[in-house]
Design a protein around this ligand. Structure first.
Ligand code: PEP
Ligand code: MN
Length: 344
């Protein structure tokens, strides 16, 4: 940490700061320039509060040297993490595809969609049983009944399943029925939920909040890691923009930027990022080209009857065509698929 003193800071203020730093068991390195004095703090930065220092007389600014997301940072863990969801691997050169409807619907419809996405090459089946809807009058999801349907269909088609947890009170149900817990964009900063999710060992799909910076996203992942769950996969799903042409703004640069900052895998969700079936294929391919460790896409066999997010759903045949293109792109960027391992 570097402390920059005000140009009119007094010698007494400087000495008090040095004494404070040393009292905490840290070392202070004084560097007096012509116009400004700088204090370098050497030792464990977590022992000292940057905000308290900023409020201390004589201090102009405080610049932390290490990111606050210690466990999620690349510095803490230079090798990429691989998150394994029952054989579907994300990160460290592995790529897996997640597909399914926005919301879990009736059993036969879920069977039809699972059969189609499995045949197209998806590895993980998705569906929300608890839906975070903007309107309290919209379909809120089938709840526990939906989780049971998702689990049964996942088992029937031999696919791991992912579903969203919106409330810590549902966590036990979710952990019992799913292989991966989704934390949605709207709940990314629900810290009580993150702490509870962190106490489980179920892999987590952490979606980026629509107005979250990459640092915000990594701090939320840090909550889960700090509570003991190392299995976090990040997801870029679009951020708010002034432009209404797309549902959100797909931030493809987030993928390589996160890879630089963190060892955690990051996947892309072009369905929520664009909200438009015509834009999903190019954005999915762009995400893989940028290094994404997975792709999450909503698929429905009859979007006009979908109970949630129908307008952005790909039809099974559109998904099958895209999945083939995604495999070619992933091969080009030297990613490994779960089926590669089965071949070995
Ligand atoms: C979803 O996956 O259906 C969903 C609600 O996602 P997000 O939290 O990204 O909006
Ligand atoms: Mn959705």
């Amino acid at each position: 940490m570097i402390i920059i003193l005000k140009s009119d800071a007094t010698a007494a203020q400087r000495d008090q700061l040095i004494a404070h730093i040393e009292q905490l068991g840290l070392k202070a390195h004084l560097s007096e320039g012509t116009f400004r004095t700088i204090l370098g703090v050497i030792g464990d930065e977590s022992l000292i509060s940057a905000d308290q220092l900023r409020a201390t007389p004589g201090v102009s600014d405080v610049v932390p040297v290490l990111p606050s997301y210690k466990l999620a940072s690349r510095e803490a863990h230079p090798q990429p993490s691989i998150v394994d969801v029952k054989g579907a691997k994300f990160g460290g050169g592995h790529i897996s595809f997640i597909a399914g409807p926005c919301a879990v619907e009736d059993h036969s419809r879920m069977q039809a969609i699972a059969a189609a996405v499995k045949a197209a090459g998806a590895h993980v089946f998705r569906g929300g049983a608890y839906k975070p809807r903007t309107s309290p009058y919209s379909f809120q999801g089938m709840g526990l009944e939906g989780l049971k349907v998702l689990r049964a269909v996942g088992d029937e088609f031999d696919m791991p399943v992912v579903s969203e947890v919106t409330d810590p009170r549902h966590l036990d149900q979710l952990v019992e029925h799913v292989d991966m817990l989704q934390v949605g964009a709207r709940n990314m900063q629900n810290f009580a939920l993150l702490a509870e999710v962190g106490r489980t060992s179920t892999p987590v799909l952490m979606k980026r909040g629509m107005s979250a910076t990459l640092t915000d996203l990594l701090m939320c992942a840090e909550y889960v890691l700090a509570h003991g769950n190392p299995n976090v996969v990040l997801c870029e799903r679009g951020i708010k923009s002034f432009d209404t042409a797309t549902r959100n703004l797909f931030d493809v640069a987030a993928v390589p930027a996160i890879h630089e900052l963190s060892h955690l895998p990051i996947i892309v969700d072009p369905s929520h990022a664009t909200g438009r079936p015509d834009l999903i294929p190019p954005c999915a391919l762009a995400g893989i080209a940028a290094g994404a460790d997975g792709v999450h896409i909503e698929v429905h066999d009859c979007p006009a009857e979908a109970r949630s997010d129908g307008p952005q759903a790909l039809l099974p045949e559109q998904y099958a065509e895209l999945a083939e293109a995604m495999r070619s792109m992933a091969t080009l960027v030297k990613k490994q698929f779960p089926e590669h391992e089965k071949e070995i």
